[in-house]
Design a binder for this molecule. Structure first.
Ligand SMILES: *[C@@H]1O[C@H](CO)[C@@H](O)[C@H](O)[C@H]1NC(C)=O
Ligand SMILES: *[C@@H]1O[C@H](CO)[C@@H](O)[C@H](O)[C@H]1NC(C)=O
Ligand SMILES: *[C@@H]1O[C@H](CO)[C@@H](O)[C@H](O)[C@H]1NC(C)=O
Ligand SMILES: *[C@@H]1O[C@H](CO)[C@@H](O)[C@H](O)[C@H]1NC(C)=O
Ligand SMILES: *[C@@H]1O[C@H](CO)[C@@H](O)[C@H](O)[C@H]1NC(C)=O
Ligand SMILES: *[C@@H]1O[C@H](CO)[C@@H](O)[C@H](O)[C@H]1NC(C)=O
Ligand SMILES: *[C@@H]1O[C@H](CO)[C@@H](O)[C@H](O)[C@H]1NC(C)=O
Length: 381
């Protein structure tokens, strides 16, 4: 008689994990000083994607190049394709930013980077022509609050014209322009809460996002690894790209071909379903025995302990801790989310009281929903 326990269920779940997409960061650039350089950012012609060039200076600082200038990168968030640069500062005792000569931040609009709408931009030392602009240049504008509350901006003067706006519109996606005939200084804050007092504002920063990269450009098959074929891009552009072999899918956040989610998840799903079916059967047998003998079935202590342990982990939202950390590392983010969702479902089936456990129909519906979300994520990216 098969005696499937929660331990067996989890083992089956874990056994399905290695079949999920593996990622090897083969084309990722080496760290810049202590800063990781996630794909697709590229610090040299031999790594990353060449459309996503950044600089690594001798001091180990990453720099983001604009058309005529460069800015230190203070943080990178590869999962959300975003980085934050440090905007230019004011020249000493003036209200002019050091990049006025370059007309402020000018991105090359042919490149896959743009300025996000999370930036609150403060324009300082503006001419009166700005009063006719759609920007908020009123005396209540946040830029006045900033000037009044910032020692380093004292030169900008409380009475001078300044304006505030949220970046990311079509005109400001590639350009935060300062010039003599407009505003001569600016600063920027990411996700600024205007109700906070100025001394609690974050450091100035400008957030820039990038488009997920397509498959890398290649000149010959030798430019691709064994999992991809160099062939003409059907989308045009007259270039060839390393397209993944059948059964593999391009993962733009890791820059590698991974096993297609559908096949990888299919196996994991099968494992999870088998585990659930076995476990529920085990519970039914237990319940039948309980009813027949009218006495509590004596489960093995470790069985009880494991169920309690897993349940506690779920309560503390630490379900992935019960999965081997090495397996966890190998699963992509989307799959970790899927595993978590399946894990929560599995734990629902461990509920002590029968009425708290989902029915098999509910389990099937829930799995179908989880899978549709997982599949949608892949299609989106
Ligand atoms: C404002 O900008 C003008 C033009 O660049 C400059 O001459 C002036 O010094 C600036 N004002 C301050 C207070 O720095
Ligand atoms: C940027 O540099 C190019 C050539 O190096 C120059 O022609 C152009 O005027 C510069 N633009 C700005 C805004 O500084
Ligand atoms: C902008 O980027 C494109 C694509 O890399 C490049 O061909 C072009 O020369 C760049 N433009 C300038 C002004 O640097
Ligand atoms: C300008 O900004 C201030 C402060 O956020 C706000 O109170 C005011 O209503 C804004 N004015 C306009 C015209 O949007
Ligand atoms: C300017 O700042 C001072 C103290 O930092 C504050 O008392 C005052 O109300 C502020 N004025 C304005 C107009 O925000
Ligand atoms: C900026 O980039 C995002 C994705 O990275 C894209 O969805 C958006 O359309 C871009 N905005 C502009 C104005 O190009
Ligand atoms: C090819 O893909 C498989 C599965 O994702 C992976 O294990 C292997 O490391 C990849 N090979 C190369 C050369 O990247």
């Amino acid at each position: 008689m098969p005696t499937a326990t929660p331990a067996a269920a989890l083992l089956l779940l874990a056994a399905a994990l290695p079949l999920l997409p593996l990622s090897s960061a083969a084309t990722r650039c080496p760290d810049c000083g202590s800063n990781p350089v996630p794909y697709p950012l590229s610090t040299s012609p031999t790594c990353g994607d060449q459309s996503y060039k950044v600089q690594c200076d001798a001091g180990g600082t990453l720099l983001f190049d604009t058309l005529n200038n460069s800015y230190p990168i203070t943080s990178v968030d590869p999962e959300n394709q975003r980085l934050v640069v440090q905007p230019a500062s004011l020249l000493a005792n003036t209200c002019v930013t050091s990049d006025l000569v370059h007309q402020g931040v000018q991105l090359n609009s042919s490149l896959p980077f743009n300025v996000t709408s999370s930036n609150t931009i403060l324009f300082l030392n503006c001419t009166s022509t700005l009063l006719n602009s759609p920007l908020n240049c009123s005396s209540a504008s946040l830029c006045h609050t900033y000037v009044n509350g910032t020692a380093g901006a004292a030169a900008c003067g409380a009475a001078a014209i300044c304006c505030t706006f949220r970046a990311g519109g079509s005109t400001t996606s590639y350009s935060i322009r300062v010039r003599d005939a407009g505003c001569r200084a600016y600063t920027s804050f990411v996700n600024l809460d205007p109700s906070e007092p100025v001394n609690l504002w974050p450091k100035p920063g400008m957030e820039i996002q990038w488009v997920l990269p397509p498959e890398p450009v290649c000149g010959a098959q030798s430019d691709c690894d064994g999992n991809a074929t160099c062939r003409a891009d059907p989308a045009g552009g007259g270039v060839s790209r390393c397209f993944c072999q059948p059964g593999l899918t391009w993962d733009p956040t890791q820059g590698v071909c991974v096993e297609s989610l559908t096949s990888g998840i299919g196996v994991a799903l099968l494992g999870a379903i088998v585990a659930l079916l076995l476990y529920r059967r085990h519970r039914r047998i237990q319940e039948a025995r309980e009813r027949l003998t009218r006495e509590h079935f004596n489960r093995a202590t470790d069985d009880v302990n494991l169920a309690v342990y897993v349940q506690r982990m779920v309560e503390e939202e630490r379900i992935m801790d019960v999965v081997d950390p090495m397996l966890k590392e190998q699963a992509s983010t989307a799959n970790v989310e899927t595993m978590k969702a399946l894990g929560f479902l599995a734990v629902g089936c461990l509920e002590e009281r029968r009425q708290n456990r989902p029915s098999m129909k509910e389990v099937a519906e829930e799995i179908e929903y989880i899978m549709s979300v997982a599949t949608a994520e892949v299609v989106e990216s």
